[in-house]
Design a protein around this ligand. Structure first.
Ligand code: ZN
Ligand code: ZN
Length: 256
């Protein structure tokens, strides 16, 4: 996780042979700094995928595509949205497809953008899935993410903090808590519980609101909820929190 939150998002995934950037929501100087801290050479990134067109997910996309040789993979329904990206290194997908030795599938997630996708990435027995910026978790989303070793899932806000936040007008609160807004801590915890039952062992809580959540609040909420169901963090499942201002550690998946 290079960055996560409404101030900018980027996730790096690599099989060792193939590497993919999901979202380029940081300005080029910030992105290059994060990649440098994480010891990743941007010229070795093979492909870029985008979850949706909100600024915090695409602000650095055009610059990145101009400067580095990665191919941008866009869904057929979103070609027009990305027409501002010039060049031949755009590949259009409709169904599941391969980038090098990584199999990619997409699934729609409910959010108030023109489109919004979650993705799964598989290489051999290793499976990673990502779903951020979603108002609710559908059965279809859970089906796609089931059985992943690692999931990145939004854990956006504490409901009491959000509803009590005097800086937020009611219309914004309604947008965030709506079906096409952002995932609350309880909704995230419930999804993690369902995913834990499918064998998910590593969870990264993502896209935390800086105003209406905190890493401790999100972590403890999910951990405590799982605890009430007999799932113990650090024993049955591992939970980390992605931050806005610094890259996460590198998560390595061993083949089962
Ligand atoms: Zn976002
Ligand atoms: Zn968004």
């Amino acid at each position: 996780m290079l960055a996560s939150g409404s101030g900018g998002n980027a996730v790096y995934i690599s099989s060792g042979k193939t590497s993919i950037l999901v979202d380029v929501g940081l300005s080029m100087p910030r992105l290059l700094k994060r990649l440098d801290i994480a010891n990743i050479d941007p010229s070795t990134i093979d492909a870029v995928l985008v979850t949706h067109e909100h600024t915090d997910h695409v602000i650095g996309l055009e610059s990145f595509m101009k400067r580095f040789p990665a191919t941008l993979h866009v869904h057929t329904s979103t070609v027009d949205i990305f027409s501002y990206i010039q060049g031949e290194r755009i590949s259009v997908f409709d169904a599941g497809f391969d980038i090098g030795d990584i199999r990619v599938t997409h699934f729609p997630v409910p959010h108030d953008s023109k489109f919004c996708f979650g993705y799964t990435f598989t290489n051999g027995d290793a499976k990673v899935s990502i779903a951020t910026d979603l108002g609710r978790v559908t059965e279809d989303i859970l089906t796609h993410m089931a059985g992943s070793q690692l999931v990145v899932i939004e854990c956006n806000h504490d409901l009491l903090r959000l509803t009590g936040n005097k800086k937020y007008p009611l219309v914004l609160k309604r947008r965030i808590t709506g079906s096409f807004g952002h995932l609350s801590n309880p909704s995230c915890a419930l999804a993690v519980y369902r995913l834990a039952q499918t064998g998910v062992s590593q969870v990264i809580l993502a896209h935390l609101s800086e105003e209406n959540n905190s890493p401790n609040l999100a972590y403890n909420f999910v951990k405590d909820f799982l605890g009430t169901k007999g799932i113990i963090e650090g024993q049955d499942i591992w939970i980390d929190v992605a931050l806005q201002d610094e890259p996460s550690k590198r998560f390595e998946l061993g083949a089962k």
